[in-house]
Design a protein around this ligand. Structure first.
Ligand code: F3S
Length: 753
């Protein structure tokens, strides 16, 4: 294990550290003394402190040291801006950025890419220059979708990666624990802070039998989603094992792990096997494959590993499935699908079939899909539905262009889109139906919530394997079952489609296509990060002020929020996403969805200095301009929802000091601490009711100490002041964040000393 094996073919100096991992694991094993699941092995071998870390699945918070970070272009903006504000010369851990989310599908690959490059120029220029400056690998627009690029280049068995996108788990196809996180977590790892994760539970999925015919790897996760539902994987890692695993290609395993995000799983994983070795070899990483073989014993579960839940699937009996509409866990086997479509009044005509995306655009997927399209062409027919292909990467696009699958799709009537997310994330200028018109589309993507693909709430979006997408597109009907039904050839004669076939890996190797990678230059000092001062999409961040060392007195309550206050209420998405790289502009959405306890309305609060009712951000800005710090009072589980760091950055930016609630969603609470705010809870939740929105408050910040309450002095407009104890969860290190103004300020201070 002493060997120096590089993590990938792009970076010098970053090695796979199986030696350290096995040492850490030995320490943990001696403490736990029980067989471990594979997921546990990866996590525990990446512990910051394997000796002292408390480890209880579903209970403890693990402090981890991931091997890598990956960001997509939408979430990378704020992550990098924050990282920059720490003033560190380069990222502390290997990081890559991938431009895939901002390319709209309109006319087809090349034109769409050219348009995106011009519309998003300032964002791309910023990312490219910041990556060059801070030693981050930059994958330009057109390179492909983040998860496909990670699988092709960066994933390795036993590794731990965090990525700022929900489908990061795709890398589980190469036995890596790859976890989707918010930008704030990515910043931590870039800045060398340990990364915190609640020790996940482990769900085991035992696969027996073997896939054949029309059934594909996608059907495994479609079935699992049906069993576990969209919430069933929450707080758990899904770990596959059993003899059925060997009938799956590495990319097929990637598909399964990718869509594990749809059941809320922390990530999904397969144990290292020969199919992964083959894929590593095909992607020019034989050395990694050999190294993994030398550590293979720890790249799988121990005998007798215990699972919190166990599911068994016999692949020989598994039918192809179609999931949807509107939710990915509504799973229907193909034999029942026509009936279900009729019973539920789903529009029978398939308007558009879409294959590709990060979920399903491997060489195998494309080859199998092309074999079905070719079969139809041989019978003189084409796709009835509109048909699009989104290659997952430039390498896939170039390889299927060389080997002919791409030409088959075009002959079949397909439009080949840019190597990017496109319609999967709603970047789709769809023209064939009007908004509001009920219609059905079917894709090989992973997510199908209302409006996701085309912004039309009446679109019934179904997800399935690329094979079934092609078959249903040929028939143009949801009631078609390619396993049993016939089609008419060009002469009106009946024929049945042959089951798909195609190789898992290209016989002639992958064609890398155009060079779309920008490595950080040797001389990074002279690089200038490009942010135009007049930009409305990007704004450099200045470090937040340090604490003044005093108690805070006479603060107004900006808003006493009542009921559910999610991160969406605190920092809305939708059109605001455009400003996610511009803190001041996006702050205009701060708390505009929260309900004011004073009047039961959203975005209408009283400015105590003027007596006027106004929008929340406007009042906060007025207080800030007048040098008045403020607090927010919140209800139960404040900040639930996503890990969106803007929900913590905005109140800090507009002059908030503390958020005082009945309880917090843990991630938001941590995000607030990171930004130097005080997330505090009423020691007695009933005290929430003793606060009037018009009250002024003092917070005795000087009392802040680990495990001790802190005093809130409430000063009602008419009446006696009284004191309320507030609780908090600050540890020693986090108190430093508050004192220094933020976690990043603390890191910057450390880096200087
Ligand atoms: Fe992109 Fe859709 Fe995947 S948005 S990352 S292709 S899930």
């Amino acid at each position: 294990l002493d060997k120096k094996v590089k993590q990938n073919n792009w970076e010098e100096g970053n090695f796979i550290n199986y030696k350290k991992m096995s040492e850490n694991l030995a320490i943990v094993r001696s403490r736990l003394n029980r067989p471990l699941a594979y997921a546990e092995k990866i996590l525990y071998s990446h512990l910051d402190d394997p000796h002292g870390q408390e480890i209880e699945r579903g209970v403890s918070y693990l402090r981890l040291r991931p091997d890598r970070v990956a960001c997509q272009d939408a979430t990378a903006q704020m992550a990098i801006l924050q990282f920059m504000s720490a003033g560190m010369p380069s990222v502390a851990n290997p990081t890559t950025v991938h431009c895939d989310h901002l390319i709209e599908a309109q006319q087809g690959g090349e034109k769409d890419l050219a348009r995106a490059v011009s519309i998003n120029k300032e964002v791309y220029d910023f990312l490219a220059s910041a990556c060059a400056k801070y030693n981050i690998g930059f994958w330009k627009p057109g390179s492909g979708i983040i998860h496909q690029i990670l699988l092709e280049n960066y994933a390795f068995p036993g590794g731990l990666l965090i990525g700022t996108d929900s489908h990061t788990p795709n890398a589980g196809g190469l036995g890596m624990a790859a976890i989707g996180v918010g930008g704030a977590d990515a910043v931590d790892v870039m800045a060398n802070l340990p990364w915190e994760l609640k020790a996940p539970k482990v769900i085991g999925v035992k696969l027996t039998g073997a896939l054949s015919g029309w059934t594909s790897p996608k059907d495994i996760i479609l079935k699992v989603a049906g069993i576990l539902t969209v919430k069933g994987g929450t707080g758990a890692i899904v770990e596959y094992f059993g003899p059925g695993v060997d009938s799956l290609s590495a990319t097929g395993m990637g598909t399964i792990c990718n869509m594990g995000a749809e059941i809320g799983a922390t990530t999904s994983l397969f144990p290292f096997n020969d199919r992964m070795y083959d894929y590593l070899k095909a992607t020019k990483r034989t050395e990694i494959g050999d190294f993994a073989r030398s550590y293979a014993k720890e790249l799988r579960q121990d005998d007798g590993a215990e699972y919190d839940q166990l599911i068994e699937i016999n692949l020989s009996e598994l039918e192809p499935h179609i999931n949807g509409p509107f939710t990915p866990d509504l799973a229907t086997p193909i034999s029942k699908f026509a009936e279900a479509a009729k019973a539920n009044n789903w529009p029978d005509e398939v308007k558009v079939g879409l294959i590709g995306s990060c979920t399903n655009s491997s060489y195998e997927d494309m080859s199998r899909a092309a074999s079905i399209a070719r079969d139809a062409l041989n019978h003189g027919i084409k796709s009835k539905a509109l048909f699009t292909v989104t290659p997952g990467s430039e390498q896939i696009r170039a390889t299927i262009a060389r080997d002919g699958q791409l030409q088959t799709f075009e002959e079949f009537g397909g439009v080949v889109l840019a190597n990017a997310c496109g319609p999967c994330i709603g970047q789709w200028d769809r023209q064939d139906v009007k908004k509001g018109e009920a219609n059905s589309i079917i894709s090989s993507y992973n997510r199908n919530f209302t409006g996701r693909n085309d912004g039309n709430p009446a679109t019934h979006s179904f997800v399935t394997s690329p094979d079934l997408v092609v078959a249903m597109s040929i028939a143009g009907s949801l009631s078609f079952n390619p396993l049993t039904d016939t089609l008419k050839d060009k002469d009106g004669k009946d024929f049945k489609l042959s089951a798909p076939s195609g190789s898992g890996l290209p016989e002639r190797g992958y064609d890398p296509g155009q060079d779309t990678y920008q490595a950080p230059p040797k001389d990074r000092e002279t690089v200038n990060v490009q942010v135009s001062p007049t930009s409305d999409r990007l704004q450099l961040l200045s470090p937040f002020n340090a604490w003044d060392g005093k108690d805070a007195t006479d603060m107004p309550i900006l808003i006493k929020a009542q009921g559910k206050t999610t991160t969406d209420h605190i920092s809305m998405a939708g059109p605001w996403l455009k400003y996610r790289g511009h803190l001041d502009n996006i702050s205009n959405n701060m708390l505009i969805g929260a309900i004011n306890a004073a009047n039961g309305e959203a975005n209408k609060i009283k400015n105590f200095t003027t007596g006027e009712w106004d929008a929340v951000p406007a009042v906060a800005r007025d207080y800030k301009a007048k040098g008045i710090r403020w607090v927010v009072v919140g209800d139960w589980n404040y900040g639930e929802g996503s890990s969106r760091e803007h929900a913590a950055l905005e109140p800090r930016h507009l002059g908030g000091l503390a958020i005082i609630t009945r309880s917090f969603a843990r991630i938001h609470e941590t995000n607030l601490k990171k930004q130097g705010m005080l997330p505090l809870t009423f020691s007695d939740p009933a005290d929430y009711d003793r606060i009037n929105p018009d009250d002024k408050v003092d917070i005795l910040c000087t009392e802040l100490a680990v495990g001790k309450p802190i005093t809130l002095r409430v000063k009602p407009q008419n009446g006696e002041a009284f004191e309320i104890p507030l609780s908090h969860t600050f540890n020693e290190a986090q108190i430093e964040w508050f004192k220094n103004g933020s976690a990043l300020n603390t890191m910057a201070k450390k880096a200087k000393n």
